[in-house]
Design a protein around this ligand. Structure first.
Ligand SMILES: [Zn+2]
Length: 211
């Protein structure tokens, strides 16, 4: 598995490119904006994007999804349908976030079935439901390479906000403690913002998940 992380927009949201080395089939995870920059990088790497995966419906995670879908002719998968209102509210989100203009859209398919494995060449990503930051938030877990793409649930030394409409702190803590923290300690967590971390490191040192 190969991975490239490209921070986009003033929110420095981590867009991840993951690909299978053999056939260069790629997934674009959370393309939050700056479509031209992402397209340039994808073309430099010679990748063949097969899908766009979204962890949740916040503008800073989905802002370039439609442009990339159109450019590469690939499907948008996820999050779970409980985030539908965030997609419908994209125009309002662009005003609230002070980001670029965004039109409402819907993914090609909601990832409502937890445990579904999304295949990308020889790679597989299990869909985990991780509500709390948003109700339909999902994570994509590669159990073979011990890598988890978890959006705005768990950060290096921090956790996702739950003060947006539909946020729920108890759900978020359950997503972290009952789901992410059951993954092996050496699992690398690619967070939606900031540096990556590991499950073991956050179990030991994250000040928000103790007590
Ligand atoms: Zn978010």
């Amino acid at each position: 598995m190969k991975l490239d992380i490209i921070p986009v927009t003033s929110f420095q949201q981590n867009c991840s490119l993951v690909w299978d080395e053999k056939d260069k089939s790629a997934a674009i995870i959370d393309p939050g904006g700056e479509a031209p920059k992402l397209i340039k990088r994808i073309e430099e790497l010679g990748l063949n994007p097969k899908m766009i995966l979204l962890t949740h419906g916040h503008l800073d995670h989905v802002g370039a999804a439609i442009k990339l879908k159109t450019h590469f002719n690939c499907e948008i998968l996820g999050p779970a349908q409980a985030d539908e209102y965030w997609f419908q509210m994209l125009p309002q989100q662009s005003r609230q976030f002070g980001l670029f203009e965004a039109e409402a859209f819907l993914p090609d398919r909601w990832l409502n079935r937890e445990g579904e494995v999304i295949q990308l060449g020889e790679l597989g990503f299990e869909v985990l439901h991780l509500p709390g930051h948003t109700p339909g938030h999902v994570g994509f877990i590669d159990h073979v390479h011990h890598i988890a793409f978890t959006g705005d649930v768990l950060f290096n030394q921090s956790i996702g906000r739950t003060d947006f409409p539909g946020g729920n702190h108890e759900d978020l803590m359950r997503s972290i403690k009952d789901k992410l923290f059951t993954l092996p300690d050496d699992t690398i967590v690619i967070a939606g913002h900031g540096p990556y971390t590991t499950v073991g490191q956050e179990k030991m040192h994250n000040p928000y998940v103790h007590g």
